[in-house]
Design a protein. Structure first.
Length: 277
């Protein structure tokens, strides 16, 4: 059986997209890890499937490259919305999308008639430890010292529908994320593991970050991570409510409107194809 797919990327965070409405898509670990492999498969940070929703316009299911299912992905949902428009599954310019993290409202961005990206209401940031979840012995974890791998880091932990912890550093380039990333990801403070963002503040409107994503390792970009970084910067009084976040793959515009966090950024087709299963 042949399956049609589109590989897409949002500032380098790349996924393999399938229309799960017109074709039946395997969602087992073996299939996902095989197609995500960058040497023997299509190559990606994981797989995202478009499905019908009982409550909203569409349902998004997304999987990391190790086959584990994720709650949400900011870069992924922008590409998800573009996929829907480009494949004429809907002509709406604003989509209500069901995710495991809840409803996300996505407004498409255009250059003429071409959809080039999206603006996403990413929802309210969550900072109560029990809801992240995080077992730190305080109600919130904001700039708290924690020893990880024989080094003390100050952590600010936030959920954007998935768990994040943010630490501020002076130098991003010298970090060995392949070594320290797993130490954060699997730390006992985070019972569901955690995505970790390492941040250098450039000024009160611009920050740089690298990210270690649970189940995927270091990636070029993480949309929910950029939102967590913006809010952590705001909580720690490094920035205001509107910030440009530079990731390895490019920049995202993140704004806190006092209630929810709004993310704007590009969505790009890489290539389309078919795979035999």
């Amino acid at each position: 059986m042949q399956l049609h797919f589109t590989k897409m990327e949002g500032i380098g965070n790349d996924y393999i997209y399938f229309d799960g409405i017109s074709q039946e898509i395997p969602m087992d670990k073996e299939f996902i890890t095989k197609i995500s492999d960058r040497h023997f498969g299509i190559g990606s940070d994981g797989m995202i499937v478009v499905l019908p929703s009982d409550k909203y316009d569409f349902k998004m299911r997304m999987f990391n490259r190790d086959g584990s299912e994720a709650m949400m992905c900011g870069n992924g949902i922008r590409c998800f919305a573009k996929f829907i428009y480009d494949h004429q599954l809907s002509n709406k310019h604003v989509l209500n999308i069901e995710t495991k993290a809840g409803l996300r409202v996505v407004e498409l961005l255009f250059d003429g008639k071409e959809c080039i990206g999206a603006k996403v209401d990413m929802g309210k940031p969550i900072i109560n430890c029990k809801d992240i979840p995080c077992t730190y012995p305080k109600e919130q974890m904001i700039n708290e010292p924690v020893e990880i791998g024989n080094h003390e880091y100050h952590l600010t932990s936030i959920s954007m529908g998935n768990p994040h912890t943010v630490t501020f550093v002076d130098d991003l380039d010298s970090l060995d994320l392949n070594k320290i990333g797993p130490e954060f990801e699997h730390h006992q403070l985070f019972p569901e593991s955690v995505n970790t963002e390492f941040v250098k503040v450039v000024n009160d409107k611009y920050v740089k970050m690298r990210v270690w994503e649970r189940g995927s390792g270091e990636t070029m970009a993480c949309g929910t991570g950029a939102c967590a970084v913006m809010y952590a910067c705001y909580l720690n009084k490094y920035t205001g409510k509107k910030v440009t976040v530079e990731l390895l793959g490019g920049c995202l515009e993140i704004e806190y409107n006092g209630d929810t966090i709004i993310m704007s950024g590009p969505a790009t087709n890489v290539f389309t194809g078919t795979i035999e299963i």
